[in-house]
Design a protein around this ligand. Structure first.
Ligand code: AMP
Ligand code: DBH
Length: 550
C-alpha cells in the first residue's frame, strides 16, 4: 500500500528533484523547524486551549507510540473522521510518523462514504468522534468490520463506553510540553502519505494517493506564494480534512511557517467572528456561500474584524460582484484559490491588480505546472479561448487508487490530468473558470457526483429511470435536482416524500441528498441516445423562474 500510487516517470521525478521541488522529506518533518527553534510558540488554539509546537509534537509522538504498541505498522491504513480540533492534527502527524496511511473523511460523510473507504483500504484503525451519530453505539463500526476484516482498533475522541478514548491516550503523559521525542523510523518520501478525496464524477468516491514529496512541496510553495510567517494567525473554518484548509497553505502551511491555527467549528459568522476578534486572526479561507453569509451578517456591526488581512476564497466560483464587496466591506485583500485534491493549485497573487483579484481564479503556483487548455480532441485551443483544463506537474497525482478504467479516462495519453473544468487563460497566465465538463454538481464547494446519486435512486424498485443535474441557486451557486421516471406499476402514492426517505435511509452524506425531485414521463435524449442533461438543466432553470418552490 505504501507504494500504491502510480509513480511519476523517472524523467519527471529526476527533474522535480533537481529543481528542488521534491526534497525527499516526510510530512511529519513539517513540524521539525518549529519544534527545534520555537517549541513554546502556539501552534493551535482549540476551544480556548492553546497548544504549543512542543505539545503537538509530543502528543503526536505519544499517540504514535501507543498505536505502534497496539501493532500498527508502516503501510497499514486508517479511516480518520474528526472535526476541526487539536486532535485532528495530532492524529495526522502521529500517523505520518508511523507511515500508517489515513483517508481523512469529512464530518458530514455518512455510512455510504465510510463503508466505501473501508472497502477500498481495508483499514486496521478507525479514529472518529464520539458525538457523530454513527458512533453512538458500536453497531456501525462492527458493520465496517465486516467490510474491512482487519479493522481491529477503534479510538473515539470524547468518551463512549464501547470504544477506546483517544483523548485519554493523548494526555496520559503528565506534561506534554516537556516530553522528549522518540525518533521514528525514516520513511520513503516517494511513498503515499495519505489519501485525499476527490469530488468525483462517477458512481463511487475516488481516493487520491498523495505522496510525501508532492504534498510537502504543495504546502511549501503555498507558504511562499502567500508569504506566511510566524505572524500568520489562520482561522480554520472549512472542514480541516479538506485539501484547501489543510494545504493551500492551510494548517500544514501554518505549521511550516511557524504561525498559529485557530480552530472554528464551521464557517458561520456566529462561530467565526468572535474568534477573529479574540485571537487577532489575520488570514482565513472560505467557500463563496460563506462569503455571502459573512457579508450579509448583522453580527458584523458588533465585532472588530480589523485584524483580517487576507480572505482566501475557493472551492467554487466567486462572482466578481461579491469579490468586490468582500474587499470593500471587510477591508481585506481577496485571494482567489482554484485548487483540487488531485493536485494543481492556482492563486491570485497578493500584488495582482484589482481586476485580476476580482475576475480570475488565480494562476498556477509552480513554474513546473504544465497547463494545456484543449478541445474535446485534446487539441490545444487558441490563446484566450475557453477549453478543457488539463495539467501535469510536481504535485499533481498520476492516478486514483485501484481504478484502472477511470484512470484511463482521467488522463490524456501524454499523462495530463483532465480536471473537467472549462477555463480560459488571460495574457498574464491567470485562469478564469467558465464552467465544467464533468457530471458533477458543485454545491458551494461541496461536490456531488451525479452518477453516485443516480445509482441510489436506481436501487428503488419503482424508479424506472433517473438523471441528476445542477439547478441554479443564488447562495450555493447550484443545488441538486433529480428527474425521476416512475415505473409503470407505480401509482400516485409513490411520491417525493417516499423517495427522500429512501435516499436518507441509504446512509448517504446529507449534502448529496436531492434538493428537488421532479417526476417526468421520459428523460430527453441527445441524437446519440445519451440523456440530454443540458435540456434538463434548461428545463429546471426555466421552471424555477416560474415556479420557484417545489
Ligand atoms: P475536488 O475534486 O473536490 O478537490 O474539487 C476540485 C474542483 O473544485 C475543481 O476541479 C473545480 O471544479 C472546483 N473549484 C475549486 N476551486 C474553484 C474556484 N476557485 N473556482 C471555481 N471552481 C473551483
Ligand atoms: O475545491 C478544492 O478542492 C480546492 C479549492 C481550493 C482545493 O483542493 C484547494 C484549494 O487545494
Amino acid at each position: 500500500m505504501l507504494n500504491s500510487c502510480i509513480p511519476w516517470s523517472s524523467e519527471d521525478a529526476g527533474f522535480y528533484r533537481r529543481q528542488g521541488y521534491w526534497q525527499d522529506k516526510e510530512l511529519s518533518l513539517i513540524l521539525e523547524k518549529q519544534v527545534r527553534e520555537n517549541p513554546q510558540n502556539i501552534a493551535i488554539i482549540d476551544n480556548g486551549s492553546e497548544k504549543s509546537y512542543a505539545c503537538l509534537e509530543a502528543a503526536s509522538s505519544q499517540l504514535a507510540g501507543y498505536l505502534f504498541a497496539q501493532g500498527l505498522r508502516a503501510g497499514d491504513r486508517a479511516i480518520v473522521q474528526l472535526p476541526n480540533c487539536f486532535e485532528f492534527y495530532v492524529v495526522f502527524f502521529a500517523l505520518q510518523k508511523l507511515a500508517v496511511l489515513p483517508v481523512l473523511a469529512l464530518m458530514n460523510h455518512n455510512q455510504v462514504e465510510l463503508s466505501h473507504y473501508a472497502q477500498s483500504l481495508d483499514p486496521k484503525l478507525l479514529i472518529a468522534d464520539a458525538t457523530h451519530s454513527l458512533f453512538q453505539t458500536s453497531e456501525f463500526s462492527q458493520k465496517l468490520g465486516n467490510t474491512a476484516p482487519n479493522l481491529q482498533h477503534v479510538l473515539l475522541r470524547g468518551s463512549n463506553e464501547w470504544a477506546r478514548n483517544l483523548t485519554e491516550k493523548l494526555y496520559a503523559s503528565a506534561c506534554l510540553d516537556h516530553y522528549h521525542c522518540v525518533p521514528f523510523r525514516k520513511h520513503n518520501a516517494e511513498h503515499v502519505a495519505f489519501f485525499q478525496l476527490s469530488g468525483g464524477s462517477t458512481g463511487t468516491p475516488k481516493l487520491i494517493p498523495r505522496t510525501h514529496n508532492d504534498y510537502f512541496y504543495s504546502v511549501r510553495q503555498s507558504v511562499e506564494v502567500c508569504q506566511w510567517s510566524e505572524k500568520t494567525r489562520y482561522l480554520c473554518a472549512l472542514p480541516a480534512a479538506h485539501n484547501f484548509p489543510l494545504s493551500s497553505p492551510g494548517a500544514l502551511g501554518v505549521f511550516y511557517a511557524g504561525g498559529t491555527v485557530i480552530c472554528a467549528p464551521d464557517p458561520s459568522p456566529s462561530s467565526c467572528f468572535t474568534l477573529i476578534e479574540k485571537y487577532g486572526v489575520n488570514w482565513t479561507s472560505l467557500v463563496p456561500p460563506a462569503v455571502q453569509l459573512w457579508l450579509n451578517s448583522k453580527e458584523r456591526e458588533h465585532v472588530d474584524l480589523s485584524s483580517l488581512d487576507v480572505i482566501q476564497v475557493g472551492g467554487a466560483k466567486l462572482s466578481a460582484t461579491v469579490a468586490a464587496r468582500l474587499e470593500r466591506e471587510l477591508n481585506v485583500t481577496l485571494q482567489q484559490v482554484f485548487g483540487m485534491a488531485e493536485g494543481l493549485v492556482n492563486y491570485t497573487r497578493l500584488d495582482d491588480d484589482q481586476w485580476t483579484r476580482h475576475n480570475t481564479q488565480g494562476r498556477p503556483m509552480c513554474d513546473a505546472d504544465e497547463i494545456r487548455i484543449v478541445d474535446e480532441h485534446n487539441q490545444v485551443v487558441a490563446k484566450g479561448e475557453v477549453g478543457l483544463l488539463t495539467t501535469k506537474g510536481p504535485y499533481t497525482f498520476r492516478g486514483y487508487l485501484n481504478d484502472t478504467l477511470h484512470n484511463v479516462l482521467s488522463f490524456t495519453e501524454d499523462g495530463f490530468y483532465r480536471t473537467g473544468d472549462l477555463v480560459r487563460q488571460t495574457k498574464s497566465g491567470h485562469l478564469i473558470v467558465e464552467g465544467r465538463d464533468k457530471d458533477q454538481i458543485n454545491k458551494g464547494g461541496e461536490k456531488v457526483a451525479a452518477e453516485e446519486l443516480e445509482n441510489h435512486f436506481h436501487a428503488h424498485p419503482l424508479v424506472y429511470d433517473c438523471a441528476v443535474v445542477g439547478m441554479p441557486d443564488e447562495l450555493l451557486g447550484e443545488r441538486i435536482c433529480a428527474f425521476i421516471v416512475k415505473c409503470t406499476n407505480s401509482d400516485q402514492s409513490f411520491n417525493r416524500v417516499i423517495l427522500n426517505r429512501f435516499i436518507r435511509a441509504r446512509g448517504l452524506a446529507d449534502f448529496k441528498h436531492p434538493d428537488r425531485i421532479e417526476f417526468i414521463d421520459a428523460l430527453p435524449k441527445t441524437k446519440v441516445g445519451k440523456v440530454d442533461k443540458k435540456a434538463l438543466r434548461e428545463y429546471i432553470t426555466n421552471l424555477l423562474v416560474t415556479l420557484p418552490i417545489a
